[in-house]
Ligand binder design. Structure first.
Ligand SMILES: [Zn+2]
Length: 572
């Protein structure tokens, strides 16, 4: 870790003539000078501003007009820009950073708003199996027999009972309803006997390379099913249906709900993994969209883009088509199904995880997307699949060279020197888990220190000159950016365990990961990600400075105010 205190040189740079210099440096762009005649809408003074702009890294104040920064500098200078209609905010020496950007988030609004939540989506919390059973029973009582009853946000290492959920627990809920409980990691699900019966799965059903039906010590189904083995449940049992307009209304309310949650934690931009694009536009039209969306398309939307020539970047600064939805190549880190070149420590029979694509299919998919001008985004956790993804990128770029394609590798969890070199050479942008190093250290022991020294390798990426963005992967990881920052800076979890301390990065580097690097990942670093004249006025006011609080308190810093495009969207 690096020093948390402002260096003397930095401090001196903010005083007296130094401040005038800062303003002047920015004014040379010619944009701030215009602000003088422009009546800034808002000036913020008396703040500790970390701009994440290497030209002027620190400031005390800034001015906004039309939702953009028009001046950045010292309080005295910026105050003189205020006119009759200008609102002035005294930040009282609080810390201001650019709005946080989450470069990988499933934005599961409808689940949060309507479904049975059996764990805490936002914070570390231990629940009991009895509480899970009770919540599902309550839903089953109001659900006709034969219809699915589903639970979400289960975390197998946040259970007070200290044992796994199993088929018998879920049979207690009901034997007339198919029941499923999804692990928040998204790659494993627990089912009851009725669900297995409907899907025709028995203890004799074979596993495959892309998924398993797990058994207990007697060879009976224990309820847990991994990755693609779950496909047999598709189309089985009944589900409540909604008309198109009901669905859109539900999605609209759900997106408005999750937007509020995002800004509460300081996120002003989120890369959404798919979702209802029409509902998103409705939410915006109603004025309920509080954060900016880089929309990562799947299925029909992606196909339409490829067919009609709509490339990444289409849209505007509120809703823009980004890279693709993560194209899944292997399993999950948290649920221990990602594809490793070495067997999972201590697992018998030897298990290397699940690879969910072939190299041939992957090459074909990557090439087709890349050729069409859409930014490629692949989900690869293990070293085996990161290698496969890089092979596909390398080949596509060789056949159809495109300038600066920035292919995204979502998660990009376990690296080695060869992979680092090739990530750098292809200009790929990893989006590793950020909050895991705080939230999920209870799962790091399944991999062990040797592997964890190469997992979520933010320090290795920084040292290699690779731009890595923050990928909370919510639901799997909590999205709170400050929890992510604490994880990256300390590598110490809620349980006090530290894993892979060699991958610690400084507060400043973590701040870059959480801001400008996320903008870079969606080709938007020219318009956001730092407090820079001309950029979108997205910023967060923090009650304390992450550079000076004890590193294990960073996640507790209060988000006092979140501002998107000059508008206050959250105030504590
Ligand atoms: Zn994901």
């Amino acid at each position: 870790m690096t020093a948390h205190r402002t260096s003397r040189r930095e401090f001196m740079g903010l005083s007296g003539a130094g401040l005038a210099g800062l303003v002047a440096a920015q004014w040379r762009t010619g944009m701030a000078a215009a602000a003088v005649d422009q009546d800034p809408d808002l000036v913020v003074v008396n703040a500790k501003v970390y701009t994440v702009d290497p030209i002027v890294p620190r400031a005390e104040a800034f001015a906004l007009k039309g939702g953009r920064f028009v001046a950045v500098g010292g309080s005295e200078e910026i105050k003189t820009l205020a006119r009759k209609g200008t609102q002035i905010v005294d930040a009282q020496q609080m810390t201001i950073v650019p709005g946080f950007i989450d470069a990988h988030n499933h934005a599961p609004g409808p689940i949060l708003l309507y479904e049975v939540i059996v764990g805490n989506p936002y914070e570390v919390e231990f629940v009991t199996i009895a509480s899970i059973v009770d919540k599902l029973k309550a839903r089953a009582r109001e659900t006709p027999p034969g219809y699915w009853v589903e639970g979400f946000f289960f975390d197998d290492t946040k259970v007070q009972d200290k044992r796994a959920l199993n088929v018998r627990d879920l049979d207690q809920v009901s034997r007339e309803h198919p029941i499923s409980v999804r692990h928040r990691g998204g790659h494993t699900t627990y089912y009851n006997s009725k669900a297995f019966e409907l899907a025709g799965v028995t203890k004799d059903t074979p596993n495959s390379a892309s998924g398993t039906y797990d058994r207990d010590e007697n060879g009976e189904l224990n309820g847990r099913v991994t990755d693609r083995a779950r496909n047999v449940f598709l189309g089985k049992g009944k589900r409540q249906t909604y008309s198109a307009s009901e669905t859109q209304a539900r999605n609209r309310d759900a997106l408005a709900f999750i937007s509020k949650q995002f800004v509460r934690y300081g996120l002003t931009s989120v890369h959404h993994e798919g979702g209802d694009l029409a509902a998103l536009q409705d939410v915006r039209a109603r004025g309920d969209l509080l954060h900016r969306v880089s929309y990562e398309p799947a299925d029909d939307v992606l196909e339409a883009m490829i067919k009609t020539g709509i490339a990444t970047g289409f849209g505007d600064e509120w809703i823009k088509l980004g890279a693709t939805f993560e194209h899944t190549c292997d399993g999950s880190f948290s649920e221990r199904t990602m594809a490793l070149s070495v067997p999972y420590p201590g697992v018998e029979p030897p298990y290397h995880g699940n690879v969910t694509t072939t190299q041939e299919d992957l090459n074909e998919w990557v090439e087709r997307v890349h050729r069409s001008g859409v930014q490629v985004n692949c989900h690869a956790n293990g070293d085996v699949t990161i290698d496969m993804v890089l092979k596909a990128f390398e080949q596509a770029q060789q056949r159809f060279p495109r300038p600066d394609p920035r292919p995204k590798i979502t998660h990009c969890t376990l690296i080695n020197d060869d992979l680092l070199r090739r990530i750098k050479a292809t200009g790929a942008v990893p989006a590793p888990f950020t909050s895991y190093a705080y939230y999920n250290t209870d799962k790091f022991r399944f991999y062990g220190e040797e592997l964890m020294r190469r997992c979520m390798a933010f320090n290795s990426f920084a040292a290699a000159g690779i731009v890595a963005a923050a990928g909370s992967d919510f639901s799997p990881g909590p999205f709170a950016p400050l929890m992510g920052m604490q994880g990256m800076v300390t590598r110490t979890g809620w349980n006090g365990e530290t894993w892979g301390a060699n991958q610690r990065i400084s507060v400043d580097e973590a701040l870059r990961v959480l801001t400008i690097n996320g903008a870079y990942a969606s080709h938007e670093d020219g318009i956001k990600g730092s407090i820079t004249i001309g950029k979108l006025a997205d910023f967060v006011l923090l009650a304390d400075d992450p550079h000076t609080v004890p590193p294990d308190k960073i996640k507790d810093i209060a988000v006092v105010r979140t501002v998107t495009g000059g508008k206050t969207v959250h105030q504590a």
